[in-house]
Ligand binder design. Sequence first.
Ligand code: PMV
Ligand code: MG
Length: 330
Amino acid sequence: MIEVKTGGKLYVAGEYAILAPKQTALLAFIPIYMRASIQPTSIYQLSSDMFDYSCDMASLDANYALIQESVAVMEEYVLACGQKLQPFSLAITGKLERDGLKLGIGSSGSVVVLTLKAMAALYQLDVSADLLFKLAAYVLLKRGDNGSMGDIACISYESLIAYTAFDREEVRRQIDSHSLQEVLASDWGYSIRPVHSVLDIDFLVGWTRQPSISKDMIRRVKGSIDEAFLTETNQQVLRLITALETGDKLTIKDSLERISALLDQLSPAIYNDSLRRLKTASSGLDCVAKSSGSGGGDCGIALSFDEKSSHALIERWRKEGITLLLQERL
Ligand code: PMV
Ligand code: MG
């Protein structure tokens, strides 16, 4: 029996803009894990604690479709590596939920990366973080996913990353007309780079306990994304990344405030009441807070520059009904 795990992700900056090619976003890895155990068996058995039944590979199951597609793509890769296929049992646990509510830290992306990782371990294939990302993106593009793939970039690299998006339509066309090996070998034009903050910054995650569905939010907000939003967000994200790498606290705060204001102007659906309160709670403290990801619920984040501010913010969040999900050094 082999065990592997994958974590979650949260956007620090660049959400929505990252849906357009060449834009850059900053994402933080969230060390809350899903786990998988895999072992060779005579027949396929896929199970996840999200559902109260298992399935195999013989017939498509709507609940298991994402896992089944991940298995199918990885098997294509295994064959291309010259190995024979082997049925297995795969058991996934640790749905990214609390009190029966989803946390909104990237469970669907995480389950794809987890399945690929488990199979790579089973077949003893040395799969780099970058190849893992490409395979996961291939699975999601094949399924018509409407996301930017920033989530799987962060979950594959398990680090704070700067992700610059590729042209998904272009790669989708490649998938239609080329083999998996050819698509994997081509340069998609993205970049994924780990970012290191030189300052000791407290990274705080506040959970609103209100589930929000990213793909619905994208449908709702996408039409409002214009050139000005893209240009200004990208400028501020790049400014933020440089400020983190050079330890420029004022610029870190200023760029995040501007990015937050740009999101606020983009659509009233992003800052719902709880995310508004999560953000407002930071006022007067040595920290900056904003909505994370598609908004409308799920989580918000804060960067805090001293211990007193962290404590005060956490206490204000608690009074506002916002749960501290994670506190760690960025
Ligand atoms: O809500 P989240 O954490 O899944 O983030 C969504 C971020 C968007 O930019 C709105 C969509 C995407 O896939 O990048
Ligand atoms: Mg979300």
